[in-house]
Design a protein around this ligand. Structure first.
Ligand SMILES: NC(=O)C1=CN([C@@H]2O[C@H](COP(=O)(O)OP(=O)(O)OC[C@H]3O[C@@H](n4cnc5c(N)ncnc54)[C@H](OP(=O)(O)O)[C@@H]3O)[C@@H](O)[C@H]2O)C=CC1
Ligand SMILES: Cc1cn([C@H]2C[C@H](O)[C@@H](COP(=O)(O)OP(=O)(O)O[C@H]3O[C@@H](C)C(=O)[C@@H](O)[C@H]3O)O2)c(=O)[nH]c1=O
Length: 304
């Protein structure tokens, strides 16, 4: 048997919420890695990235960089496209040139939300806004330029890091006695730490399959999300109840369940974007994110 070479993961978008969770877990698991924030290297900067991949002996790229401001994207489509389409295309070309896997993250917002049963990977897409459209076009660019890719679509990401719905709700609860939160958009909250774990696990399996020349390395599009569907209103209530139980919030505000039309936003969001995680669980033995348990651990992390 030939000597096994060690896995070395390159993470782009290292200062984002997923990027920081990846950094934590790569360090904890003692996996060789290189972290790149936007300041270190723009994902469109092929020359810089090419040198890093060659110098460090990178064995796979995890792209956690993205333009994620859903409403702002409506008025900044060119910037959103540069980050969400041109960037992944550049990384896909590098993946092909070095013959290394690209693990990329996409979103439930590639769907139109008109379905009433969980979306599987082969369901028709139909984004309702600029962010979702650019993320879909990024997926297509990767499929065009790379062969060894994982596109992991996820949803409603929260964590102790960066900006997210959980942190917005905690902030608003401290500022106001009454909130209105939409109850007619249904999805699956997903903890960024669990996505990080899923990506690392898949990267490890692909690396081992490659090293052992196994024919069954499984690439393609996968869904990874929380294990329970809920509305944004339901998610807000779960956050507040847990925050109150832990003493993070002295009082739970009144949270009115409102309709989408009563909370107008520049971008239209899908009404239903529940993702089925059956394929990932079958092919890579990764369990869905237990988001209620994760809400507890994020609140604990924020309190300390
Ligand atoms: N957040 C969510 O609810 C969801 C996210 N996703 C997807 O998950 C992935 C991770 O999201 P999340 O961690 O929340 O995103 P964040 O917005 O927290 O992080 C994205 C990071 O990308 C960096 N970045 C932006 N432009 C560039 C560029 N041109 N070159 C290099 N880096 C760049 C940003 O840098 P800077 O900090 O300097 O701005 C930021 O640190 C994304 O692909 C996103 O589309 C999918 C579903 C839900
Ligand atoms: C702050 C707030 C939001 N809302 C609504 C608006 C919206 O419909 C919903 C969620 O609002 P946000 O703007 O926080 O979340 P949004 O930016 O839409 O979150 C999305 O981000 C991108 C990056 C993704 O890929 C998606 O999976 C999803 O997580 O809650 C209220 O009803 N009341 C409120 O007080």
């Amino acid at each position: 048997m030939s000597a096994q070479s060690a896995m070395h993961l390159l993470v782009t978008g290292a200062n984002g919420q997923l990027g920081q969770c990846l950094a934590d877990q790569l360090k904890a698991q003692n996996i060789a890695h290189t972290l790149l924030s936007r300041q270190d290297a723009d994902i469109n900067d092929t020359v810089v990235l090419e040198k890093i991949i060659a110098d460090k002996g990178v064995t796979a790229i995890i792209n956690a960089a993205a333009y994620t401001a859903v409403d702002k994207a409506e008025s900044e489509p060119d910037l959103a496209r540069r980050v969400n389409v041109d960037g992944p295309a550049a990384l896909a070309k590098l993946s092909a040139r070095f013959d290394i896997p690209l693990l990329h993250v996409s979103t439930d917002y590639v769907f139109d939300g008109n379905q009433q049963t969980p979306y599987v990977e082969t369901d028709a897409t139909g984004p309702t806004g600029v962010y979702g459209q650019t993320k879909l076009d990024g997926e297509l660019a990767i499929q065009r330029h790379a062969t060894k890719y994982i596109i992991m679509r996820t949803a409603w990401v929260f964590s102790e890091y960066g900006n997210n719905f959980l942190k917005t709700m905690l902030r608003l609860a401290k500022e106001r006695d009454t909130l209105g939160v939409v109850a007619d958009q249904i999805g699956c909250p997903t903890y960024a730490g669990d996505i990080a774990q899923a990506l690392i696990s898949v990267a490890r399996q692909l690396h081992e399959a490659e090293e052992q020349n196994l024919p069954e390395a499984r690439y393609g599009i996968y869904h990874y999300a929380g294990d329970e569907a809920v509305s944004w209103h339901g998610f807000a209530m779960a956050i507040f109840e847990e925050a109150h139980r832990r003493g993070v919030l002295a009082n739970i505000p009144v949270v009115n369940a409102i309709a989408t039309q009563d909370y107008p936003t520049p971008a239209k969001r899908p009404t239903y974007s529940v993702l089925s995680t059956v394929k990932l669980s079958h092919d890579h033995r990764v369990d869905a994110s237990d988001w209620r348990v994760a809400v507890e651990s994020v609140l604990l992390a924020l309190a300390t």
